[in-house]
Design a protein around this ligand. Structure first.
Ligand SMILES: [Fe+2]
Length: 305
């Protein structure tokens, strides 16, 4: 059974337990999340001026749209203000900053129709983040930058929380991905040719549920949830922010969601930064989750200068 908790007054520890059991959490907007939306809107609106970013795709050739994203997304990801805002949001949600680690936030853009579904605006087929070497205790924190509709959000497929899906994760190694594919997002204009774990069976996409909540609301779910980007039929580009979170004590004690079908190797844990001082996880913790493939590629992705 999957439940959705709304504005639940649970402490972080109990929330994490529930997340690892497949429950989802939705929170109303807070000063921190609204500030994050405001900051993001400013960057996005400057980048797409004079157009409304949600409608710019109807006026710009796709190559121009892609070029704007190629400049905008790295600026957003590495902006010092974004890290500060995540600190604020984690505090608002009762996380202990010394024990909480996050990965830099991503700005996602999902365009309407068939305009652009690859590379920098990749439309995610149904997947679990754990197929992509995410730790099983990963929490995904997701917030819409503008209001969303059922036609441009994410779908969850609750049947598969406890039922395995045949998938290609056994061929995915995070370090090889960092070395050979990650830097090529901007080149994927018509089709995304990079090798990624896909489902290898017929999938019952229903029952599914979609959470439609206002700009600045926060959705938190386990990285082991099967989720997908729905075909965007809203006429508007969706802009959302997400970042991943792990808790130190849960990593030490291996408290996490169950692995029912992920066979990827390597771990994304080296990407996480401690919320109090932005230091990385100790090597001995990362080593607990490594797979002996550390010699195969790039442990931490370094974008070209
Ligand atoms: Fe995902």
């Amino acid at each position: 059974m999957n439940s959705i908790f709304f504005d639940a007054p649970l402490c972080d520890e109990l929330r994490r337990q529930q997340l690892y059991n497949g429950q989802l959490f939705v929170y109303s907007a807070t000063p921190g999340t609204l500030a994050f939306c405001e900051f993001t809107r400013q960057l996005v609106e400057e980048a797409f001026a004079p157009y409304d970013p949600r409608e710019a795709q109807h006026f710009l050739p796709v190559e121009r749209f892609m070029a704007i994203l190629a400049d905008l997304k790295p600026r957003f990801i590495h902006h010092p203000r974004a890290k500060e805002l995540i600190q604020t949001i984690l505090l608002e949600r009762g996380c202990v900053l010394d024990k909480t680690y996050f990965d830099v936030p991503r700005l996602r853009t999902m365009t309407h129709g068939d305009y652009l579904k690859t590379g920098l605006a990749y439309a995610f087929h149904p997947h679990r983040d754990t197929w992509f070497s995410a730790p099983f205790s990963q929490q995904n924190w997701w917030l819409p930058v503008y209001d969303v509709q059922p036609e441009n959000v994410m779908a969850f497929h609750p049947y598969y929380w406890s039922n395995p899906v045949r998938n290609g994760s056994q061929e995915y190694n995070y370090y090889v991905w960092n070395k050979t594919s990650r830097g090529k997002a901007a080149e994927q204009l018509k089709t995304d040719t990079r090798k990624q774990p896909h489902i290898q069976q017929e999938l019952a996409v229903d029952p599914q549920f979609r959470i439609v909540s206002p700009a600045g609301s926060m959705l938190i779910f386990s990285g082991a949830q099967l989720h997908s980007t729905v075909p965007n039929e809203s006429s508007y580009t969706r802009f959302s922010i997400d970042f991943r979170v792990v808790n130190y004590d849960d990593l030490v004690h291996r408290r996490a969601a169950l692995n029912i079908d992920s066979e990827s190797t390597g771990t994304t844990l080296r990407d996480f930064l401690r919320a109090s001082d932005f230091s990385r996880l100790p090597d001995e913790i990362v080593a607990m989750y490594d797979s002996g493939t550390e010699v195969d590629g790039e442990l931490i992705y370094r974008p070209p200068a």
